[in-house]
Ligand binder design. Structure first.
Ligand SMILES: *[C@@H]1O[C@H](CO)[C@@H](O)[C@H](O)[C@H]1NC(C)=O
Ligand SMILES: *[C@@H]1O[C@H](CO)[C@@H](O)[C@H](O)[C@H]1NC(C)=O
Ligand SMILES: *[C@@H]1O[C@H](CO)[C@@H](O)[C@H](O)[C@H]1NC(C)=O
Length: 363
């Protein structure tokens, strides 16, 4: 190799190396990974932009970065003793091959290190048949990811997003017992619980009280350590256009099938808590309370005159569930997602936002 090329390549390599390793925070200490455990986990998904500046950082313990990487968020989280973790999403068919799996994990570890991050949240929500190749590959992925992260980033956290119920919901037949043993925690997504409606095709709660808590009992009955379970709650609801709206207030849905079920919440549209709070007081019904599902809802008429029913969660319905986190000794709570509140400065929004954060504490 000519000397000039060698010098050029060496200089290039050094430049790239340094660039990747330079700590973007005010002080170098803020780039150090967080490794201590809090008694009560509050895991927040963040989908980008700057809403995180308004988060209640006395409560947050982990932020899963589902938006673009934001070094300012990393520095801030670390200054509050909170973790920032990567999003891990890969097609399972691509990691059945052990070599490909190892390569994917190495890429993730490398990315986390270069960005001074504290772990990874595995968000793999694909259909998997019981005891299939993919079933075993997924468990191996979780185990090997955890081993690699713990080895390369001591004290890092590897979490896995679990369906609201372990019972093959949405065709996700995963080996939850082995997966829970193989990672630090399961973030149980206690929402979208109407993704498969087998009975009457009508609007129902996103996260009904009894159904939600029964599913935790099922996870615990499988001998999964309660300290591995984080209860994920929704800061969004569903807006359902009603094909028929009965005198009793039952909203009949269009039949939109999902993974084998004839009817699903896909007949509705997900909307943020901030949007619903601007709508509810001026709606047809105002806030109503579903005494069976223990969750709020309201009805409104759109410009064409069609009735919609909006099913959601608020501090009252969330608190009813999160007290169970304390009672059952679970690891903590979490939200999909942190961006969905109204972080404006007016007193009503501020109070609503405070109440939503408070409801996560299960007190
Ligand atoms: C393994 O990875 C290679 C390179 O990314 C890809 O081309 C190949 O399809 C993968 N194999 C499987 C079985 O997915
Ligand atoms: C609670 O949910 C479980 C499982 O979905 C069901 O079997 C049970 O009847 C429900 N209990 C009440 C009081 O609704
Ligand atoms: C809606 O009504 C509730 C209950 O009366 C009140 O607490 C809340 O501040 C109102 N929301 C707005 C945006 O005015």
């Amino acid at each position: 190799m000519p000397m000039w090329l060698f010098v050029f390549l060496t200089a290039f390599k050094v430049t790239v190396f340094c660039k990747a390793e330079v700590c973007p925070c005010d002080t170098k200490e803020l780039c150090q990974q967080i490794s201590d455990e809090k008694d009560f986990e509050v895991l927040v998904f963040d989908v980008g932009q700057k809403a995180w500046k308004s988060y209640d950082w006395d409560k947050v313990t982990t932020v899963a970065a589902f938006g673009p990487y934001d070094s300012e968020l990393m520095c801030h989280a670390h200054s509050k003793g909170a973790r920032l973790v990567l999003k891990g999403d890969v097609s399972i068919s691509e990691i059945v091959d052990p070599g490909n799996r190892t390569a994917w994990i190495a890429d993730m570890v490398d990315l986390a290190k270069r960005q001074f991050m504290d772990g990874i949240n595995l968000d793999i929500e694909q259909e998997v048949a019981d005891s299939s190749q993919e079933y075993y590959a997924l468990t191996a992925l979780v185990r090997e990811t955890t081993e690699a992260f713990h080895r390369e980033i001591p004290g890092s956290q590897v979490s896995f997003d679990a369906a609201w119920s372990p019972g093959c919901i949405d065709g996700r037949c995963y080996d939850y017992v082995a997966i829970a043993e193989s990672c630090d925690l399961l973030f149980v997504m206690s929402y979208d619980e109407q993704s498969q409606i087998w009975g009457d095709c009508v609007a129902m709660a996103n996260a009904p009280f009894n159904q939600t808590l029964t599913a935790y009992d099922q996870y615990l009955a499988m001998k999964i350590d309660p300290k591995k379970l984080v209860m994920g709650v929704p800061w969004y609801g569903y807006d359902y256009p009603c094909l028929d709206f009965s005198q009793e207030g039952v909203c009949t849905l269009a039949k939109v099938p999902f993974r084998g079920a004839p009817c699903s919440d896909a007949a509705g549209r997900q909307i943020p808590y901030s949007v619903m709070m601007k709508q509810v007081n001026n709606s047809m019904s105002g806030r109503l309370w579903d005494k069976v599902q223990l969750a709020p809802y309201y009805n409104y008429k759109d410009q064409s005159g069609q009735v919609h029913q909006v099913r959601y969660d608020d501090p009252e319905s969330i608190s009813l569930k999160t007290v169970h986190v304390r009672d059952s000794g679970l690891r903590g709570t979490g939200i999909w997602n942190g961006n969905l509140l109204d972080y404006n400065d007016n007193p009503v929004a501020k109070q609503q936002t405070r109440d939503m954060w408070e409801a996560l504490m299960g007190l």
